[in-house]
Design a protein around this ligand. Structure first.
Ligand code: ZN
Length: 177
């Protein structure tokens, strides 16, 4: 079974202010293996369909520490599934990227974070891995790991900017009915 099988069932994406987005996800244990194996292909399918470059389990109403990412161009997919990801080092140097979020649709903001991170995680086989990232992948890893801790990118903005964005979102959602 490929982790990116395209016929995996799509999952509904939780939209702000859904409470699961503010919850801390729990560590995946060995007896969660079947649940995770079922979840990950659906997370990839849901992310690609959206389309997005990252998705955390909270966003599809699961509280397992699982994220999926693919920041590669469309014609050369590079799917990355991280179980129990943990930032073990970050650079003092900062970098700013424009971020958006599938749970906060159509709103974007410049967010400043450490430029480089080192992340430890388990792959789908349960093997410990480490990845060092910079640029878009670094920002994406930090954004998705934040989700597992109930943190959203708008939390990095000033209260003024955040309220402005979230008011815009509320208006959009209302218009959609
Ligand atoms: Zn997000």
């Amino acid at each position: 079974m490929s982790e990116t099988q395209t016929d995996a069932p799509l999952l509904p994406i939780m939209i702000y202010p859904e409470s699961v987005l503010r919850k801390v996800a729990r560590a995946v244990q060995p007896n969660d293996a079947d649940a995770v194996r079922a979840l990950v292909p659906s997370m990839f399918a849901t992310m690609y369909k959206a389309p997005g470059i990252g998705l955390a389990a909270n966003q599809i109403n699961s509280l397992l520490r699982v994220i999926v990412i693919d920041v590669a161009p469309k014609d050369e997919p590079a799917p990355l599934a991280l179980i129990n990801p943990e930032i073990i080092a970050k650079s003092d140097e900062l970098a700013t990227q424009e971020e958006g979020c599938l749970s906060i649709p159509d709103l974007y903001a410049e967010i400043t974070r450490p430029a480089r991170v080192k992340v430890r995680y388990q792959d789908l086989q349960g093997v410990k891995q480490e990845i060092e990232a910079e640029g878009l992948l670094s920002a994406c890893l930090q954004h998705e790991i934040d989700h597992l801790n109930g943190v959203l990118f708008v939390d990095y903005l000033s209260a003024l900017k955040r309220n402005m964005l979230l008011r815009k979102l509320a208006k959009q959602q209302k218009a959609k009915g």
